[in-house]
Design a protein around this ligand. Structure first.
Ligand code: AMP
Length: 272
């Protein structure tokens, strides 16, 4: 892959990269289409990255469909699929990790320790292997997009960094490979995340900006839609620093993580 990328660069081709864990949906495909606008050759990586899963998480049962993925990537205009084996990315004596220290500790990082260290390590490797001119990530994984932007800047990668909007199902549920885990009832009640975000947006539009009060209302909406839901967090933060804010202001994003019948879902919305 690295020599292919070098040859492309030598021929003056602009390379776009879209990192994924596969089991692709419209959200992923929107990133490929976006990358295609920015670059002549778009590489989509498919790699279920073991180092970003904790031992108690769903690495082994994470959904996979490489054949279907390749077909979808082609239709979306992707040019190259890079799907390395875990042993190629992490040979037996592997011991070097990339860690974005501060931003990796809050929100998802506080519930999933070590998660972002796995993400930044693999994405740094993907950057080194595919040598992209532009990379596209999804806003769906808001904190991840902030952390990887920091890594890209800190390590001086000469890469244009694009974050594309979240693609939703027609009823508002953010698309996710993990939605496959939801049965009929859970799928319906999974809307609690979107309803809560909409409530936040409506309150801000009505001039209510105290985040504690908005969070209270969001919790009520979640309870009403999915009484058994377990809320990991509802957080109001600055979209670049991830520092929490007491009042919604310019650049405030609300993000939340909720367990719906045991399936952990995340979503977010920019409020201003
Ligand atoms: P994943 O395969 O879950 O690791 O996601 C790969 C990339 O797709 C990440 O940059 C995600 O943020 C992005 N992504 C996942 N779901 C969506 C969505 N519903 N809309 C837009 N981008 C998404």
């Amino acid at each position: 892959m690295q020599s292919v990328a070098r040859r492309l660069a030598a021929r003056g081709k602009r390379i776009g990269l879209v990192p994924t864990m596969g089991y692709l949906h419209e959200g992923h495909l929107s990133l490929i289409r976006r990358a295609k606008k920015e670059a002549e050759v778009v590489i989509t990586s498919i790699f279920v990255n073991p180092t970003q899963f904790a031992p108690n998480e769903d690495f082994a049962r994470y959904p996979r469909d490489e054949k279907g993925d390749v077909r979808k990537i082609k239709t979306a205009g992707g040019d190259i699929v890079f799907a390395p084996k875990a042993s190629e990315i992490y040979p037996a004596d592997f011991q070097t990790y990339v860690n974005v220290e501060k931003l990796s500790q809050t929100l998802e990082g506080s519930v999933r320790p070590g998660h972002f260290r796995g993400v930044t390590t693999v994405v740094a490797q993907l950057f080194n292997i595919t040598r992209p001119d532009v990379v596209v990530f999804g806003m769906k994984d808001f904190q991840q997009s902030v952390i990887l932007r920091q890594m890209t800047e800190d390590l001086g990668y000469p890469i244009k960094y694009v974050v594309a909007p979240t693609v939703r199902e027609s009823d508002g549920l953010a698309m996710s490979s993990r939605n496959k885990y939801l049965d009929t009832v859970a799928r319906r009640e999974a809307l609690c995340l979107y309803y809560a975000l909409k409530t936040a947006r409506q309150m801000v539009a009505a001039g209510k900006t105290r985040t504690a009060i908005i969070a209270q209302e969001m919790r009520a909406v979640i309870r009403a839609t999915c009484p058994t839901a377990r809320i990991d967090y509802i957080a109001f933060t600055n979209m670049r620093t991830l520092e929490s804010v007491r009042n919604v202001q310019r650049g405030t994003v609300v993000s939340l993580a909720v367990r719906v019948y045991g399936v952990r879902l995340i979503d977010n919305m920019k409020l201003r």
